[in-house]
Write a protein that binds this ligand. Structure first.
Ligand code: ADP
Ligand code: MG
Length: 148
């Protein structure tokens, strides 16, 4: 692993800065999409982290939680990636539902950067060596971020 960290952020601004830092550590995998699994309970800040990452990558449109859509994609311009995909596996019983959404195709494309909330629910579909981000609600606006 090239990069790992454990940090506590005390407010949203600090949290967003950490997301920016994390984005800078990413490099296209070459043999498939770059996959980032977000682990943590409801309210830990997974969606907020993806929103901050999207902003850092220049996505102007509002990144909303894909909980009810399961998968949303955003075009990226002039960066290492063509597409940012945001998956929320919370409502999935298993990875089978994602197969119908062409998720495997998205996973195979090195031009894609894929964030997966509740990645543990579709672990069998994700590359075993995907980047892992563990988020934890500490109190109030305090969050703990561990990058594995
Ligand atoms: P998750 O996707 O893990 O369920 P969310 O990103 O939706 O969590 O965040 C849950 C709530 O906590 C939201 O109201 C969000 O605005 C707030 N929140 C998340 N991260 C932070 C943070 N770093 N600082 C302050 N509030 C946060
Ligand atoms: Mg969420």
């Amino acid at each position: 692993m090239l990069f790992s960290m454990h940090v506590k952020t005390v407010n949203l601004k600090e949290f967003q800065k950490e997301a920016e830092k994390f984005i800078r550590t990413l490099a296209p995998a070459g043999n498939g999409a770059t996959v980032v699994g977000l682990y943590g309970e409801l309210g830990a800040g997974k969606t907020t982290f993806v929103q901050a990452a999207a902003k850092a990558l220049g996505i102007a449109e509002c990144v909303t939680s894909p909980t009810f859509l399961i998968l949303k994609s955003y075009k990226l311009s002039a960066k290492s990636y063509k597409l940012l995909c945001h998956v929320d596996a919370y409502r999935l019983k298993n990875s089978g539902e994602l197969r119908g959404l062409q998720f495997e195709k998205l996973l195979a494309d090195p031009g894609n950067l894929i964030f997966v909330e509740w990645a543990n629910r579709i672990a069998d579909m994700l590359p075993t060596d995907h980047r892992k981000l563990f988020l934890e609600f500490v109190s109030g606006d305090v969050r703990s971020i561990t990058v594995g």
